[in-house]
Design a protein around this ligand. Structure first.
Ligand SMILES: Cc1ncc(COP(=O)(O)O)c(C=O)c1O
Length: 387
């Protein structure tokens, strides 16, 4: 799929930031295509040019699943996309995504039929052989899939101790095209090593029997930093592609230079002075200790700006950082500006972006939230703008 700026805008979800900034006070999400490209290049360097299966689940980590795929698909390093929800996989195909799509969520036979018809590869870990035979006979071609092995995360996947039987069974069927075999780390460093050992030993013994496992993949963003030995045949990061460090210690480690590719912005809705003793927010959560100017921001937890932001997050207005105070309600937050009215109605407010001090990692660290909560909870209805 070729993406030009025009075709991206043509999705109806995006405007240029410059023109839209003057048109609405409503919050919007900006996607920085250059940073996204930079991050893919950095990951590619880190993994010595292994293919990257881009995890763009949960609405593309806030970018919008279709927009994320459009921006990433043109890059040769991107081997395909991984999502969880079946609906997201279907949306990718309907939007014209050509590269492989791995669907990692659960489904019934009807979903598997539709997936195969749309060239969507399911993640399989139950004895689905007879069903796959039927689907393949109906479509006249083998069903592409990835096999998920549980090496200790205890979530989904065939337990590694019982995986050989299932994999032998699937591999023996003409109806099955095994494109990949995968596992997920618990992100507990010593146990991760044990998990990888289990996976390697399983894969090694099956390969000795002549079984083709497709690409073996395990590494999400965390493992890109922590476990180079787990890069195998392909890596599967999500957060790192968005340019956000999954753990704060990785930011200073120097292994990969990531630049956030998303920002959340809005325009200041209202500015007023609170007199000493006056309050702001539900339950009078904030009391002015002296006369103080505050700015009301038209974004709240329904937009994806977390309630916990009132516990220390800062927003950027006109180059300065101001603390969020009181409480974050569904559609509003309040920033404390100080003794002078230094901001105006209509000023752009940045909740997070790619500048030091207002990166998602800074916001998450300041209020004790997670960068995953910040990105993945962005309301899908907010406009997405490409910058
Ligand atoms: C199976 C699987 N693979 C890859 C990822 C990508 O993880 P991250 O965003 O930490 O890179 C996830 C995300 O949780 C996942 O569940």
């Amino acid at each position: 799929m070729r993406i030009t700026r025009r075709s991206f805008l043509g999705t109806g979800l995006a405007l240029s930031a410059a023109s839209a900034a003057g048109s609405s006070f409503d919050p919007w999400v900006e996607i920085h295509a250059g940073n996204l490209r930079h991050n893919v290049g950095e990951i590619q360097r880190r993994v010595a040019s292994r293919p990257i299966l881009a995890a763009i689940k949960n609405n593309g980590y806030g970018m919008g699943v279709v927009q994320a795929a459009r921006l990433l698909e043109t890059q040769a390093a991107i081997a395909g996309f991984a999502v969880v929800k079946f609906e997201e996989a279907v949306r990718l195909r309907e939007a014209g995504t050509r590269k492989p799509v791995l669907w990692m969520g659960p489904g019934d036979e009807k979903d598997f039929v539709e997936a195969a018809a749309r060239r969507i590869s399911p993640m399989v870990y139950t004895p689905l052989g007879p069903t796959l035979d039927k689907i393949s006979a109906r479509l006249g071609k083998p069903v592409p899939l990835h096999i998920c092995v549980d090496t200790g995360i205890g979530r989904v996947g065939i337990p590694h101790t019982r995986a050989a039987g299932l994999i032998r069974d699937l591999a023996a069927r003409k109806s099955v095209d095994i494109q990949g075999t995968m596992m997920t780390f618990t992100e507990d460093p010593p146990f991760d090593k044990e998990q990888l050992g289990r996976f390697q030993s399983l894969c090694g013994s099956l390969e000795k029997e002549g079984i083709r496992l497709g690409r073996r993949h395990a590494a999400s963003s965390y493992a890109l930093f922590e476990h180079p030995e787990s890069f195998l045949d392909m890596v599967r990061p999500g957060m790192a592609i968005c340019g956000v460090y999954p753990e704060k210690q990785f930011r200073t480690a120097g292994a990969i230079d990531l630049r956030p590719a998303l920002s959340l912005r809005a325009r200041v809705a209202y500015v007023k002075q609170l007199r000493k003793g006056e309050s702001a927010g539900y339950n009078r959560a904030y009391r002015a200790q002296q006369d103080v100017w505050v700015a009301t921001l038209p974004a709240g937890h329904a937009d994806g700006w977390p309630r916990i932001a009132a516990r220390g997050a800062r927003v950027r207005i006109g180059g300065e950082l101001y603390p969020i105070i009181a409480s974050v309600s569904a559609s509003h937050s309040i920033a404390e500006i100080g003794p002078e009215p230094r901001v105006q109605i209509g000023d752009t407010v940045t909740f997070f972006d790619w500048q030091d001090g207002s990166r998602p990692e800074d916001v998450a660290a300041a209020c004790g939230s997670s960068v995953y909560d910040l990105l993945m909870h962005l309301n899908p209805l907010l406009p997405r703008r490409l910058v």
